[in-house]
Design a protein around this ligand. Structure first.
Ligand code: ZN
Ligand code: ZN
Length: 312
């Protein structure tokens, strides 16, 4: 949308509609989304998903919050493109979504909490603010022996847990889920403890998108959902830059996966040719392909619950 600057922080867009910058952009420089000038709420639709934000009296936290917002906005943009039901937890307390960006004693010595884990619980995605700090995140990645760890990856993974809750109340869908991913009623805490206590099964690559996905059916789902969003966004970007002959939005699931298999190899080779590691260090085997197709079907069913096309 092309905008021209008016007076008093007002921007004029198409059909002479006026907008202003989100208050988190005006006050902190962490958001570049606009709100209609006559909207009573000072925050944009994306920032209204926040419940806890990093303490802005601490200098390093400005950049960390900005990075967290970039990841969150990219996630929200893709979810809106996919037309899945999505409301913030303030306007929909029963089934909306909120974000907590929280610190612990590793970044704030006087804080009470020794370790705040990135995760999802009852409509709230919690991201430890240190995930937005390159040194801390890369150190963690190496310690955990992970090939990939990004703010956006966390956001997409955790949103998978939220949408699992949204579709799993349907008994037929739950049965189909269990047939592919396993029974999610198996002891979650024990499964995670076992995962962290020993190496993953040597043949995990034949069944899962990542080693972590092998820890428990719900983590397998969240990892697969996250990759579905990666693939959707990457193909959308490639199409916008004229790299695909066909519009990915009209491709079926199998065609999209085949297209991404080819494109991700090219992406990795390009990365290596400028001295970087693989951008997408994952292999989509046939088991993962079936799970991605299941995510595609779930998204189709979630769209039916959300018949209004969301724009903007
Ligand atoms: Zn905003
Ligand atoms: Zn998870």
């Amino acid at each position: 949308m092309a905008l021209t600057e008016g007076a008093d922080g007002i921007w004029i867009g198409a059909q002479n509609k006026s907008y202003r910058l989100c208050e988190n952009g005006v006050n902190y420089g962490v958001c570049n989304w606009l709100v209609p000038a006559n909207q009573a709420h000072p925050l944009c639709s994306g920032c209204q998903f926040n419940r806890t934000v990093p303490n802005q009296s601490l200098p390093a936290n400005r950049q960390r919050w900005q990075r967290l917002e970039e990841g969150k906005k990219r996630l929200l943009y893709t979810l809106r493109q996919l037309r899945v039901p999505l409301r913030n937890g303030w306007s929909a307390p029963r089934n909306g979504l909120l974000f907590d960006f929280i610190e612990d004693t590793r970044s704030q010595l006087h804080y009470g909490e020794a370790m705040v884990h990135t995760g999802y619980l009852d409509g709230v995605i919690t991201i430890n603010v240190l995930e937005a700090d390159d040194l801390a995140r890369e150190t963690q990645r190496l310690q955990m022996n992970e090939p990939y760890r990004t703010v956006l990856g966390h956001m997409r993974h955790e949103s998978g847990h939220y949408f699992w809750q949204r579709f799993a109340s349907n008994a037929t869908q739950l049965e189909a889920f269990r047939a592919l991913f396993g029974d999610e009623r198996s002891d979650y805490a024990a499964a995670l403890d076992a995962y962290y206590a020993s190496d993953p099964s040597p043949d995990w690559r034949e069944h899962f998108i990542s080693a972590y996905a092998s820890a428990h059916p719900l983590e397998d789902w969240a990892e697969t959902w996250g990759h579905y969003l990666h693939i959707h966004d990457a193909l959308d970007t490639a199409a916008a830059h004229g790299l695909l002959g066909t519009d990915p939005s009209i491709m079926g699931s199998a065609k999209r996966i085949a297209t991404w298999r080819r494109l991700s190899v090219t992406l990795n080779e390009l990365n290596r040719s400028v001295g970087r590691g693989d951008a997408y260090p994952f292999v989509l085997n046939s088991a993962v392909e079936k799970k991605l197709s299941f995510v595609n079907r779930v998204i189709g069913q979630l769209q039916i619950q959300n018949p209004v096309k969301v724009t903007g």
